[in-house]
Every structure is written in C-alpha cells, then in structure tokens.
Write a protein that binds this ligand. Structure first.
Ligand SMILES: Cc1cc2nc3c(=O)[nH]c(=O)nc-3n(C[C@H](O)[C@H](O)[C@H](O)COP(=O)(O)O)c2cc1C
Length: 337
C-alpha cells in the first residue's frame, strides 16, 4: 500500500477529518470533536505554515558516505527521529471504525514494525489510558502520556503504566486547557514545579513534559527533573492565539538543549519538516494527525507507507545538505525565508 492509497481509503473510513492531501488544519478548523484546533482555528495552520517558511541549504561538497537516520532515545534504537503523537479518544474524534483498544494496538505495533514508536494518549474515560498501556505491552515499547489529573490519579496511572512495562512516561501538562479537565473535582490541571518534581521522582523512569512553549516553561520542567520536554501547543487545541512551535523551538533549544531531550510537534508532515526541526535544535519529533489518518486508511500498512515516505524524504534532505548523521544537522543547514 502506498501513502496516497491509505490517504484515499481514509476518506470513506474516518469522521470529522477530510484526510486532506496536505494536513494543514484548515478544513477541520474548529472541528471538536474531531481533529480541529480551538477558537479561531488558526493555531494548527500556523504550526504547519511556520515549517514552510524555513528552507534547506543545499551543499553536496561532502564525503559520499551514505546517510544514517537512526537515533537512540529512551534506551532504545529507532530508525528515524519520529514518533507517533499521543491521540486519545479516537472513536469520539474520528468515528467508530476502531475502539480505543483496537486503534492503540494497531498504532503501537505498526510503529514498532516500521522502526519507530508511538506515544499513547489519555482522557476522561480511564479505558483510554489503559488501552494505550495494553498496546505498549503488546508492542514492546511505547510512551504512555498521562494528563495532569489530581495527584492520586496521576500516581495511580504511573503505577499502571509501569506495571505494563513503561520505560518512559510523558505528561501533557498543556491539557490543563481542556474543558473536561478544568471542570474536575478534585481540581486537575496546571502543576507547580514542586508538584511536577513529585511526579518525576515517583515515576523513577524518564519523565517528559509535553506542552512547553516558552524558555521559562522549559527551565521549570528542567528544575522539576524532567528528562525531556515536548515543545507543543497540543496542535492548537488548548489555547487560541499561540505561536507556532517552529517559532519558539530555537530559543528553547538554546536554553535547555544541552541538558535535556527536546522533542517538538505541530504541523510536521514531511521528512523535510523533520530535518528543519532537528536543525532548530530538536532531538526528535512527534507527528499526530497524519498517523491517525494512516491507521484509518491502511492500519499497519498505512503506518509503514507513511514512515517509509518520511524516511526517504529525510534521507534526501541529509544527502543534499551534506549531513551523514542526525548529529550533523544544525542551523547552518537551514535558511529562514
Ligand atoms: C483528536 C486529538 C486528540 C489528541 N489527544 C491527545 C492526548 O490524549 N494526549 C496528548 O498528549 N496529546 C493529544 N493530542 C495532541 C497531539 O499529541 C499533538 O500534540 C498535536 O496533534 C500536534 O501534532 P500534529 O499537528 O502533528 O497533529 C491530540 C490531538 C488530536 C488532534
């Protein structure tokens, strides 16, 4: 199956999403339930557009040594610096083709088979997080992502993830902006550095804070002892009028890049975008909506086709900019238009 075939199949299988030729957040603007972004619906398109304004510096005066796109992260080796982003409550957002268990199992196993891995999501129904952990166990590796619930519930979910073999865990701290979290008793949502440090220490495995958009936030995550951050605005779903992740990444990488792992997401669609993210200082990227479309349109085969496309594009970018390994990709390789 090709990427284009999976995309075409998805159009009759998926709800609320148009499986567009380019997943730029425009057609699904403000579609929630669904994959849209909040309010004016401009943040997801802004994320996408920001990568398009960065160009690549052609340079082929370099040893012809071939290209290695592999990366070591979370104590594992991956074929590409790409992970599927956590997406929770898929039946609600994308329609009934899959229940949460079926979807996360296909995603986690499909990603492992394609040489990468998935982050899994969370939601109001406890089953969402459990489905991700069960899928992780079956796939051998995934990163469960817990929402910023109240203290006892976070502890319970960390225990659950570890009992199912989690080697790393993330918290989408920016989910504090989701209405269902805001309305909870006891209160859930934003956490102080001290509260975050308690979770990091309790987990005892690398802890990633997802939803950091400022240098200030990155320094707080570092102070709390996080192993890494995910520079993310939740695909525009938690705060309208947010800048693009590509616009804030370099400053954040300059501040904490030598002290913690930096992952970025938001509108990354091609191997070219992956290359640009690494050039700005990220170690790896998450890709969200397009992987969901691949699962709805082609299950494991869709995941394999899209990942192969990303790898071919990233390989080409590296060859044409004189980069043999991911470590060679730096800001000298890009041009801001
Ligand atoms: C329908 C939907 C559900 C999501 N659920 C979660 C979730 O449970 N946990 C989480 O950390 N992020 C969640 N996200 C955010 C994604 O992980 C990611 O940050 C965002 O989609 C940006 O990446 P993209 O532009 O490649 O889609 C969700 C996004 C969408 C569209």
């Amino acid at each position: 199956m090709t990427y284009e075939e999976a995309l075409k199949n998805a159009r009759s299988e998926i709800a609320n999403c148009h499986a567009c030729p380019v997943c730029n957040g425009i057609a699904c603007k403000n579609t929630i339930p669904g994959p849209g972004s909040k309010g004016t619906g401009t943040v997801a398109p802004r994320n996408y557009e920001a990568w398009q304004k960065i160009y690549l510096n052609l340079d082929t005066i370099a040893p012809n040594l071939g290209v290695d796109t592999s990366i070591e992260l979370f104590g594992e080796k991956f074929d590409l610096p790409v992970f599927a982003a956590p997406i929770g409550a898929v039946t609600n957002h994308y329609g009934p083709k899959y229940n949460e268990y079926e979807y996360t199992e296909i995603m986690a196993k499909g990603c492992r088979a394609a040489g990468i891995a998935a982050f899994t999501g969370d939601g109001l129904n406890e089953m969402f997080f459990e489905a991700g952990c069960t899928a992780m166990e079956k796939a051998g590796f995934a990163v469960p992502t817990v929402k910023p619930w109240h203290r006892d519930l976070v502890f319970k979910k960390i225990d659950y993830a570890k009992a199912h073999g989690a080697k790393a865990i993330a918290m989408d701290i920016d989910a504090s902006g989701l209405p269902f979290l805001k309305a909870m008793t006891p209160p859930s949502g934003s956490k102080s550095v001290e509260e975050l440090r308690e979770f990091v220490e309790y987990a005892g495995i690398p802890f990633f804070v997802k939803g950091v958009m400022t240098v200030k936030g990155a320094l707080k995550a570092l102070e709390a002892g996080a192993a890494g951050i995910i520079v993310s605005n939740h695909g525009g779903r938690v705060l309208d009028h947010c800048p693009a992740t590509a616009s804030v990444l370099a400053d954040i990488a300059d501040a904490v890049g030598d002290k913690m792992t930096i992952i970025v997401d938001g509108g990354i669609r091609t191997g070219h975008d992956v290359f640009k993210a690494l050039a700005l200082g990220a170690d790896a990227v998450l890709i969200g909506r397009p992987y969901v479309v691949m699962v709805y349109g082609g299950a494991e085969e869709g995941i394999a086709a899209y990942t192969a496309k990303l790898k071919a594009e990233l390989t080409d970018c590296m060859q044409m900019t004189g980069c043999a390994t991911l470590a060679d990709i730096d800001r000298s390789c890009i041009f801001h238009g």
